[in-house]
Design a protein around this ligand. Structure first.
Ligand code: PMT
Length: 397
């Protein structure tokens, strides 16, 4: 429930404004107080009366409306808000905020507020990918604004691509995360590894695996939302950097080893969800390997086991591994806990439906040093991330 929480919902001019009606209704059902500010163009898509009826509050559209309260309205809304959510957010409003322009009720309120800010962009794909829009989004992220990524699909303009406003359900979840989650990792430093590694054969080819980074990025995002200083060491991944997370991009297992070891002194908690290659080609050809008539035999050489090396110098840090197996999940994962000196391991079996690489869900067993096995059912990687962090905190204590 969001009783006693005050949400200011900024609605900009885009067809996705209709989805914000559902968002308002969902938040109202959680007992939040909602004040809606609509830009002039938003009111062309949905009438203020719709939001007024759903929020049971007056809707503000104009700086110079007769004030409902005896305070200056944009200041009073700015002060009372626990969170300001802009959904949908247009390129125009994102651009204004990133460049300090406050020329209407919404932008003045945002700029006068110290509340948490959450932005849900919605626009045409080309516009979303435009360098200036991306630069403005990056600027706002650096300033601590939270973003919820648009989805991909068929857009109202007929184009297919990224730009659909995130679904109201996801925005609601993010708002709950931001307002309700304790900042229980405040003061802690967390290192998360994510994604695959790439082991080069020649300038053209490499050996890799199917990891997308989704699991690790979810952990990094949740840890930052819970107040930690987060370093994310990621193999090649197209995922955007979560808000408030410092990211180091690496390619190979050796690169990941160097990056993690350079950071490890700072860490209270290290979570290794990356799928690191155990072997790399013994030699990297400087030229493209040419096709010949016979077979090609590639000699592989062992990579350092980063997690095992961390286990040797662990000290009081909490050290968490992941295990990806296709057979004997528990037995193999237990062996890794002992061999790598881990506090616990999160084990997933590639053969279980909804588990492992690439999807948005996982199914895992968490196994601790004493051999206790906790079964975690199918759930979203973002929810699993919270469970892993809860467990890490319980080990810290
Ligand atoms: O990225 P996604 O698409 O969301 O997929 C998520 C995932 C399947 C990659 C993730 O849930 C997962 O299982 N990650 C670990 C994969 C893996 O490498 O498992 P492993 O059993 O081979 O390794 C055990 C542990 O040792 C891991 O924490 C791994 O990071 C670490 N390791 C392994 C080899 C190596 N040379 N160095 C390491 O640090």
């Amino acid at each position: 429930m969001l009783s006693n929480k005050s949400i200011v919902l900024g609605v900009c001019g885009g067809i996705a404004a209709y989805k914000s009606c559902e968002l308002t209704s969902r938040l109202k059902k959680l007992n939040a107080n909602i004040d809606v500010i609509m830009t002039k163009s938003a009111a062309e898509f949905v009438t203020p009366l719709t939001f007024q009826s759903l929020s049971l509050n007056q809707v503000v559209t104009d700086m110079f409306d007769k004030p409902k309260y005896w305070e200056i309205e944009h200041i009073s809304l700015a002060k009372k808000a626990d969170i300001i959510v802009i959904a949908p957010a247009t390129a125009n409003v994102i651009g204004k905020l990133a460049n300090g322009i406050a020329d209407d009720m919404l932008t003045t309120t945002v700029m006068a507020s110290k509340a948490i800010k959450l932005i849900a962009p919605a626009m045409n794909t080309n516009m979303y990918e435009n360098e200036l829009v991306q630069k403005n989004i990056e600027t706002l992220k650096q300033l601590g604004y939270q973003f919820i990524e648009p989805g991909e699909g068929r857009l109202a303009c007929g184009d297919i691509g990224k730009g659909k406003m995130a679904e109201p359900e996801l925005i609601e979840e993010k708002i709950k995360d931001l307002l309700l989650k304790q900042r229980d990792l405040e003061g802690k430093t967390v290192i998360v590894t994510a994604g695959p590694t790439r082991e080069a054969l020649d300038p053209v080819r490499f050996i890799t695996n199917h990891s997308t980074g989704k699991m690790g990025f979810a952990i990094a995002e949740k840890a930052a939302a819970r107040g930690a200083k987060v370093y994310l060491v990621s193999g090649p991944s197209n995922l955007p950097t979560p808000c408030g997370v410092e990211r180091a991009d690496v390619e190979s297992a050796l690169d990941m080893y160097d990056a993690v070891m350079a950071l490890m002194e700072k860490a209270d908690i290290i979570i290794k969800s990356a799928a690191v290659a155990d072997y790399r080609p013994a030699e990297i050809s400087s030229e493209k390997i040419k096709k010949s008539d016979g077979e090609l035999v590639i000699k592989l050489q062992k990579n350092p086991d980063i997690l095992q090396e961390l286990g040797k110098v662990k000290g009081s840090r909490v050290l968490i591994g992941f295990a990806m197996e296709t057979q004997n999940l528990i037995e193999n994962a237990k062996a890794k806990v002992a061999k790598k000196n881990l506090d616990f391991i999160v084990a997933n079996d590639l053969r279980t439906e909804g588990a492992g690489f690439a999807g948005d869900t996982n199914v895992v067993k968490i196994i601790d040093r004493s051999g206790n096995v906790e079964e975690i059912p199918l759930m979203r990687k973002s929810d699993l991330a919270d469970i892993v962090l809860d467990k890490a905190i319980s080990v810290c204590k």
